[in-house]
Design a protein around this ligand. Sequence first.
Ligand SMILES: *[C@@H]1O[C@H](CO)[C@@H](O)[C@H](O)[C@H]1NC(C)=O
Ligand SMILES: *[C@@H]1O[C@H](CO)[C@@H](O)[C@H](O)[C@H]1NC(C)=O
Ligand SMILES: *[C@@H]1O[C@H](CO)[C@@H](O)[C@H](O)[C@H]1NC(C)=O
Ligand SMILES: *[C@@H]1O[C@H](CO)[C@@H](O)[C@H](O)[C@H]1NC(C)=O
Ligand SMILES: *[C@@H]1O[C@H](CO)[C@@H](O)[C@H](O)[C@H]1NC(C)=O
Ligand SMILES: *[C@@H]1O[C@H](CO)[C@@H](O)[C@H](O)[C@H]1NC(C)=O
Ligand SMILES: *[C@@H]1O[C@H](CO)[C@@H](O)[C@H](O)[C@H]1NC(C)=O
Ligand SMILES: *[C@@H]1O[C@H](CO)[C@@H](O)[C@H](O)[C@H]1NC(C)=O
Ligand SMILES: *[C@@H]1O[C@H](CO)[C@@H](O)[C@H](O)[C@H]1NC(C)=O
Ligand SMILES: *[C@@H]1O[C@H](CO)[C@@H](O)[C@H](O)[C@H]1NC(C)=O
Length: 604
Amino acid sequence: MRFATALSFIAPVLPLAWAQLSLPDSPYTPPDASHGTQVTNGSTPNAQWSSLVGNLLYFYDEQRSGKLPSNERVPWRNDSALDDGKDVGLDLTGGYYDAGDYVKYTYPLSFTLMSICWGGLDAGHGYDLANQTAYLDDMLRWGLNWLLKAHPSPNTLYVQVGDGNLDNAYWGGDKDIPYPRPSYQVNDTSPGTDAAAQASAAFAACSALYANRTLSASSATSALSNASYASELQAHARDLYAFATNASGGMQTYQTAVPQSGEAYASSDFADELSVAALFLALSETGSNATDYYADAVKWYYSRNLGSQLKAGSETVLNWDSKTPAIPVLAAQLASAHPDVVSGSNATLQTWQQVVEDYFDIFINIRGRSYLTDGGLLYFPGDSDEASLNPALNLAMLMMRYASSGLATSNSNQDRYEQFAQGQLDYALGKNPMFVPYVVGTHPNSPANPHSAISTGYSPPNANSSALTAPDNLDADPAQEAYVLYGGVVGGPDAHDRFWDLRSDWAQNEVALDYTAPLLTLAAHALVRGAGDPYYTQVRAGAYDEVRPGGAPCDAAVQTGCKHRGGLSTGGKIAVGVVVSVVGLLLLGLGAYWVWHVRRQRRY
Ligand SMILES: *[C@@H]1O[C@H](CO)[C@@H](O)[C@H](O)[C@H]1NC(C)=O
Ligand SMILES: *[C@@H]1O[C@H](CO)[C@@H](O)[C@H](O)[C@H]1NC(C)=O
Ligand SMILES: *[C@@H]1O[C@H](CO)[C@@H](O)[C@H](O)[C@H]1NC(C)=O
Ligand SMILES: *[C@@H]1O[C@H](CO)[C@@H](O)[C@H](O)[C@H]1NC(C)=O
Ligand SMILES: *[C@@H]1O[C@H](CO)[C@@H](O)[C@H](O)[C@H]1NC(C)=O
Ligand SMILES: *[C@@H]1O[C@H](CO)[C@@H](O)[C@H](O)[C@H]1NC(C)=O
Ligand SMILES: *[C@@H]1O[C@H](CO)[C@@H](O)[C@H](O)[C@H]1NC(C)=O
Ligand SMILES: *[C@@H]1O[C@H](CO)[C@@H](O)[C@H](O)[C@H]1NC(C)=O
Ligand SMILES: *[C@@H]1O[C@H](CO)[C@@H](O)[C@H](O)[C@H]1NC(C)=O
Ligand SMILES: *[C@@H]1O[C@H](CO)[C@@H](O)[C@H](O)[C@H]1NC(C)=O
């Protein structure tokens, strides 16, 4: 048994088999942004949703690391970071750059892959309708094949490649990415329970997709079905789950073992990842394996009191750190599609429906810590202060999924979830006070300045020789970004629905693997539902320029020139900024770019 599994770990050093669905002879490339103003309502499948799915998948091509394939679609991308892993004698090239920078982070990548495979399980037919299933396959394999390399033995998982400090100080293109790019691992004696469990969840969810498992029969895709790939992923999912639960170093958050990862992606807990991994394993396994994993998922949920995170007032978001809201939704889908798996447990379909609907009700009736902005965006104080769209889109994704799986306990609830989700989706796609669809390159009003080194086109004067090669003025140098980063979903507006479209403002303008993921699943669902056009076809080009706010955002990224509402005076804020800057300089010794390091620090 062990021996068979161990053999599979030799595979990554051999050339990886890239065989997969063949990509179309004439590749999909995103149309000009003006396409977003064309009404295609009534087309079947809907042409606008189809190109949105295409653009969102194209974003992941733009974020690729490593040796690019001969059929690479993005003309301005080059091979990059070809020495990754050499420091540890491994090939860790490939995978995806995480966000606006060039670090590869396993924890949010695994969350993204899990999220997209889950979307394939319940709305995969949407990709078929859009003629994008081959690109879905390509996108998933580019990430999964790297994750396979990052898991070279059962109890070793690489959680980061690249130095966050050095990398964040570099603002050039993909040809001069500075080395050293160290590889950081968790292992049996220095474990990372959450990172291992999240990677297990990604492998299990994607294994289920490639195994053509039923989660929501009506809208799945079976085009990806590939038994050998599914079982390869499954073996890694099992081993990572065992590593997460049984490491001799015990259970701990991964940044305890690798503090470098905590600078950008500190995890607050690991029980949510354990439970969600066990649920996806229960889906991908059969027989007593499935019931055993389900029992484990239930055990983590109750013994770690995860339900308390779903109560009004302490309701948590779904994001790269917090997976608790996914648990009851996935468990309800599993219980409905595979009653045999849950039949021996006291946690039944009804148990999960109750949990889900109580949680959704917090938002429908606005009775928790979250609220709707004047413009209608669901806002979680704290969590939404950076990347405001992400919690809202992730919740919309859960609601749409639950409703479309036919799990709502009444028709009126079903309608409420669909309407609420649609409201958040519409907001993200232009029904907002800025008239901005927050997807780069999709409409004339889309953000023009994503915080993204790869698309900006800045040429560092001293190439890879120094850490300090960013321009003095990120927003002005160059005036216009060199490349349109199609399909990148940016962070989003502030709590007053205002959006500045400033490149330096990573809180509002950064793109990230996990920001684009929920919109992809929502777009696939829209195709399955036969929805009318995405909202942006109704948005007048140029409307944003008429309402673009003055002053500065006053968020974690941009403070100078603040005209804020309440809180510290401008002088006070600058004073705080100066103090923090000095501390940052002392701590990091990396100049004025310190603030990038706290880009996505722990939220609570
Ligand atoms: C299934 O996936 C494996 C592993 O990537 C690949 O070698 C094989 O060609 C695929 N089979 C089909 C039919 O796509
Ligand atoms: C998908 O491909 C089929 C067959 O070539 C074509 O009829 C259809 O219009 C395409 N759909 C989209 C959304 O591109
Ligand atoms: C890729 O290389 C080309 C040719 O040198 C260059 O023009 C382009 O800017 C590079 N792309 C990036 C993202 O740096
Ligand atoms: C295990 O991981 C820790 C933390 O990354 C590292 O310091 C240590 O060297 C690793 N152990 C081995 C045997 O590689
Ligand atoms: C996938 O599963 C569906 C539903 O169980 C079934 O109809 C279909 O034939 C399967 N496809 C493949 C390729 O196994
Ligand atoms: C953890 O170890 C125990 C004791 O050896 C074993 O019974 C259990 O199956 C292991 N768990 C996993 C998930 O491998
Ligand atoms: C159950 O899991 C074990 C490994 O954990 C595997 O060897 C066995 O084949 C699985 N059983 C089934 C029915 O898949
Ligand atoms: C199921 O059993 C667990 C452990 O015995 C308990 O904590 C939990 O409250 C029970 N759940 C339900 C829905 O009865
Ligand atoms: C830049 O990086 C390359 C490749 O890693 C290295 O060979 C070269 O010496 C570096 N240049 C400088 C000036 O450090
Ligand atoms: C667009 O089409 C959808 C269904 O396809 C329909 O419900 C909706 O009313 C249409 N909207 C407009 C503005 O025509």
